[in-house]
Design a protein. Structure first.
Length: 148
């Protein structure tokens, strides 16, 4: 291989390695949610409500979106919040401003979805499909963990 051919091959290889990964589309995120959890159509409303509530600092709406008991990691401690009123009463200590801002900026096409649920803001909040009946034919989406 000539030196110029090797140089071109090296440049092409480096360009491939340094290129950012292709972003996923909203359709790909939707399909992944549907594949792993079902009820993907019902996710959009709670997702939109959560991002707006975090933007507004609306503790009541966020509390209503949670499944209890809710695990919250904050201030170097793990809290098991038993009900919405407990969450609302302690909101400022449980949900840091950085977490609120990060979740408020979350875009649907940047969500991470795995078998545990849907991760927002690099793990600051997890949402899951909560079964409402024995065979999980009916479910609703809720916050399952908050990590500050």
């Amino acid at each position: 291989m000539a030196a110029s051919s090797r140089a071109l091959a090296l440049v092409a290889a480096l360009a491939t390695v340094s290129s950012p990964a292709r972003a996923q589309s909203e359709g790909e995120v939707y399909s992944r949610i549907e594949q792993l959890h079902g009820n993907a159509e019902a996710f959009t409303g709670p997702f939109d409500n959560l991002t707006q509530a975090m933007r507004d600092g609306d503790a009541e709406t966020i509390a209503d979106l949670a499944e209890y008991p809710l695990t919250v990691n904050a201030n170097g401690e793990v809290y098991d919040i038993q009900n919405a009123q407990d969450f609302i009463d302690n909101f400022d200590a449980l949900v840091m401003e950085e977490t609120r801002s990060a979740v408020a900026r979350q875009r649907y096409d940047d969500l991470f979805v795995n078998s545990d649920g849907v991760m927002l803001a690099n793990g600051a909040v997890w949402m899951g499909a909560i079964c409402d009946d024995g065979d999980c034919a009916i479910s609703h989406w809720a916050i399952t963990a908050i990590n500050n």
